[in-house]
Design a protein around this ligand. Structure first.
Ligand SMILES: [Zn+2]
Length: 87
């Protein structure tokens, strides 16, 4: 457990928080930094970008609840998958 980098599960949890509108801009940066070195998270964020305009573009307008719900669901599945595969 190191404090200098975030785990994939931590990043996905942050993405989920973002979808709830609870994520600060600095956390968006942390997500983007992590994704530069992590293909699996980058793929998740890329997919969500198409759906909800993750971070930068989405800051200006509230997301429709149906869009957030759909994106949250996919993040939740990924988290569950990581938990079951890594223990
Ligand atoms: Zn990752």
């Amino acid at each position: 457990m190191s404090g200098r980098d975030r785990t994939c599960a931590g990043i996905l949890a942050h993405i989920s928080s973002y979808l709830d509108g609870e994520l600060a801009a600095t956390e968006c940066d942390a997500i983007e930094r992590h994704c530069r070195g992590c293909e699996s998270c980058a793929a998740v964020v890329a997919g969500l970008r198409h759906t909800v305009g993750l971070c930068r573009e989405a800051g200006t307008a509230p997301l429709p609840e149906v869009v957030r719900a759909r994106a949250r669901e996919s993040v939740r599945k990924l988290l569950a998958d990581k938990r079951s595969s890594t223990g």
